[in-house]
Design a protein around this ligand. Structure first.
Ligand code: NAD
Ligand code: MG
Length: 406
C-alpha cells in the first residue's frame, strides 16, 4: 500500500542522517510548514548533542543513534531537556524505523553505503522516498528499483541534478524508472551539469599537494565532507551519472556531463525536436528538498529568488576527463554493468576516507578505484547479501592497495 497518500494531517517524515547537511536543510523546510510536515523520526551516527538539540526543536516520536554505546547518553540528554520521545540505537533500528508506521515519507540522507538497508526498507514499505543517499542507488540500482516496485511507493530524487531532470520530464511520465523509455518520451539526452568543484581548470601537477580542507571548500555548495571530496575529484558527477542511469532508465550514451561553474542551471533534458528544458535556481538544496517533500504541489523553501540579471554570465564547458579520472572510471563501471558500480563506490569510499585522514594523496583516489575495479571484475547482481559481500571484498582490496602504496 502506498502509505504516503493514505493519511490526513501532517505528513510524518523520517529524516535518516538528520545531523548532516541534507538533514539540516530538510528540517529547515519542515519547520516552515508545521501544518504539512512533522519530523517524526530523527537519526544520527554518533553526535549525541546535535541529535538531542534537534529533538528539542522538532519533537520527534523517535530518536535513533547509530552507535549503540551512545544510547544511554542520548536518553539522559533528552530526559534532562524534557523531551519525551522514544530512544533507540543501532543500524537495524534505523532500518526498522524507515519501514515503520511512524513515517509515511523517508528522507534518505545518510552518507555512503551505510544508507543502503534503510533506503531499501523504505522502498519496500511503500514510503515516499526522498533519495539523497546516492551511494545506495549506485550500489544496488536494480535491487532498489525492484524494492520500489514491490512497495508501490514513490521515489523523488533530492540530488539537485536528478531533481532538476525530474522537473523537466514530460508531465505524467515522471516515473521513467517504472519502465518507460527515454525514446518513448521523445528524449534524446539527459545533460547533467557539474560545477567542476574547487579545482576546475587545474592541471594534474597543480593537484599533487591538495589538502582535505582545500578539497572540502566547494565554491557554490555547502555539503558534508565526503560528497565535497567527491565533487572535487568529479567522482560525485560519476556517481550521479550512474544514479541518472537507474532513475531515468537512460543508457550511458544518452547521459552527458557539462561543466557549468555558476551552479544555477541544475541539469537539462534534450528532446528529439531540439527543445532543451532546464531547471534553474540558486544553489540551495532546500529547493530540491521542498519540491520532493510537497510534489506535485509547490511550497515556499526559504530560498532567495534567482536574480539572473545580477548573476555572472552562464558558462558551459566539457569536463576534463584526463585530470579528473574518477568521472571516466564511473562511466567505465556503468558500461561494464553488473556490480561494477558497487565495487567503484566501495573503493571510492575507502579512498576518500584515507584522503580525509591525511593518508592518501588527492590524485591517488582515482588510482585506488582503478586498481580495485581491475582486481574485481564485474559480476551479475543477484541479491543484497551477495552485493554486501562484494562491497566488503572491494573495501578489503582498496585497503590492500592503500597499504602497498604507503
Ligand atoms: P553529512 O556528512 O553532512 O551527513 C551525513 C549524515 O549521515 C549525518 O547525520 C551522520 O550522522 C549520518 N551518518 C553517517 N554515517 C552513518 C552511519 N554509518 N550510520 C548512520 N548514520 C550515519 O552528509 P550530507 O552532505 O548531508 O550528504 C548525505 C547524503 O546526501 C550523501 O549520500 C550525499 O552524497 C547526498 N547528497 C548531499 C548533498 C548536499 O548538498 N549535502 C547534495 C546531494 C546529495
Ligand atoms: Mg548533485
Amino acid at each position: 500500500m502506498n502509505t504516503a497518500t493514505s493519511q490526513s494531517g501532517p505528513r510524518k517524515v523520517a529524516i535518516l542522517g538528520a545531523t548532516g547537511s541534507i538533514g539540516g536543510s530538510t528540517l529547515d523546510v519542515i519547520a516552515r510548514h508545521p501544518q504539512r510536515f512533522h519530523a517524526s523520526v530523527l537519526t544520527a551516527h554518533s553526535n549525541v548533542d546535535a541529535l538531542a538539540e534537534l529533538c528539542v526543536l522538532h519533537r520527534p516520536e523517535l530518536a535513533i543513534i547509530a552507535d549503540p554505546a551512545l544510547e544511554p547518553l542520548l536518553a539522559q540528554r533528552l530526559r534532562a531537556a524534557g523531551v519525551a520521545c522514544e530512544v533507540a540505537s543501532g543500524h537495524d533500528a534505523i532500518t526498522a524505523a524507515a519501514a515503520s508506521a511512524l513515517c509515511d515519507t523517508v528522507v534518505a540522507a545518510i552518507v555512503g553505503a551505510a544508507g543502503l538497508d534503510s533506503t531499501l526498507a523504505a522502498a519496500r514499505a511503500g514510503k515516499r522516498l526522498l533519495l539523497a543517499n546516492k551511494e545506495s542507488i549506485v550500489m544496488a540500482g536494480s535491487l532498489l528499483l525492484e524494492a520500489l516496485a514491490s512497495g508501490a511507493g514513490e521515489l523523488i530524487p533530492v540530488d539537485s541534478e536528478h531533481n532538476a531532470i525530474f522537473q523537466c520530464l514530460p508531465g505524467g511520465r515522471s516515473h521513467l524508472h517504472k519502465g518507460g523509455s527515454l525514446q518513448a518520451s521523445g528524449i534524446r539526452r539527459l545533460i547533467l551539469t557539474a560545477s567542476g568543484g574547487p579545482f576546475r581548470g587545474r592541471s594534474r601537477a597543480e593537484l599533487a599537494g591538495i589538502t582535505p580542507d582545500q578539497a572540502c571548500k566547494h565554491p557554490n555548495w555547502s555539503m558534508g565532507r565526503k560528497i565535497s571530496v567527491d565533487s572535487a575529484t568529479l567522482m560525485n558527477k560519476g556517481l550521479e551519472v550512474i544514479e541518472a542511469h537507474h532513475l531515468f532508465n537512460a543508457p550511458a550514451d544518452a547521459i552527458e556531463v557539462l561543466v557549468h561553474p555558476q551552479s544555477l542551471v541544475h541539469s537539462l533534458v534534450e528532446y528529439v525536436d531540439g527543445s532543451v528544458l532546464a531547471q534553474l535556481g540558486n544553489p540551495d538544496m532546500r529547493t530540491a528538498i521542498a519540491h520532493a517533500l510537497s510534489w506535485p504541489d509547490r511550497i515556499e523553501a526559504g530560498v532567495a529568488p534567482l536574480d539572473l540579471a545580477a548573476s555572472a554570465p552562464l558558462a558551459f564547458e566539457p569536463p576534463d576527463l584526463t585530470t579528473f579520472r574518477c568521472l571516466a572510471l564511473a562511466f567505465q563501471a556503468l558500461r561494464a554493468g553488473g556490480d561494477a558500480t558497487a565495487i567503484l563506490n566501495a573503493a571510492n569510499e575507502v579512498a576518500v576516507e584515507a584522503f580525509l585522514a591525511g593518508g592518501l594523496p588527492f590524485l591517488s583516489i582515482a588510482d585506488v578505484v582503478e586498481s580495485v575495479l581491475t582486481e574485481l571484475p564485474s559480476q551479475a547482481v543477484v541479491d543484497v547479501q551477495t552485493l554486501v559481500e562484494r562491497d566488503r571484498l572491494a573495501r578489503e582490496a582498496a585497503r590492500r592497495v592503500l597499504r602497498n602504496a604507503c
